[in-house]
Design a protein around this ligand. Structure first.
Ligand code: DLZ
Length: 159
């Protein structure tokens, strides 16, 4: 699972299927907004770079990562080829981290089973703020980019 010393966000556009004509929903959590804004920038710019148009990308915000599942379910009422969930959960002094991480990961898994479209898990689960910075446009890449590439690939698989 470790991405230490790897930057998985460096991608060759020629190897990614085109996102032209595809519709994407993005739900982004406001908690740790500095991090999630960077994830959003990475995801949106990657979809555009791969051929999606601005009009075909719908973005909604939710307060925290726990609410990502509800946000994705709301988006699923409209016609999207894939939905991307972006959040950042950072370990604190209490067990909140575990509850939020468990709820959002299992919730997104459940949506993948229940809905006919892919729902992508673009949620950082870090021990420290510095680790989150590294994975949202820092030295370990931007997981928003990787979430967007996964969304494009899964949308094609689902065609
Ligand atoms: C309450 C909380 C805490 C402590 N930490 C985070 C976090 O690191 N990342 C995140 O996205 N959200 C956090 N939240 C908020 C919860 O996700 C949720 O918004 C609240 O518990 C209300 O349901």
């Amino acid at each position: 699972m470790a991405t230490q010393n790897k930057n998985l966000s460096l991608f060759n556009k020629a190897e990614i299927p085109s996102a032209k004509g595809m519709r994407f929903g993005i739900v982004v959590a406001n908690w740790n907004g500095e991090i999630t804004n960077n994830l959003l920038t990475g995801a949106k710019s990657t979809l555009l770079e791969c051929g999606a148009s601005d009009k075909q990308i719908t973005i909604i915000e939710v307060p925290g990562s726990f609410e990502l599942v509800f946000g994705a379910k709301l988006l699923s009422k409209k016609k999207f080829d894939a939905i991307i969930c972006l959040g950042s959960v950072i370990q604190g002094e209490t067990k909140h981290f575990d509850f939020v991480c468990n709820a959002v990961s299992l919730g997104i898994k459940d949506l993948n089973i229940a809905l006919g479209i892919p729902v992508i898990f673009g949620v950082l689960t870090d021990n420290t703020f510095e680790q989150a910075i590294s994975r949202s446009g820092g030295k370990l890449g931007n997981k928003g980019i990787e979430a967007a590439i996964t969304a494009i690939k899964m949308a094609h698989l689902n065609k």
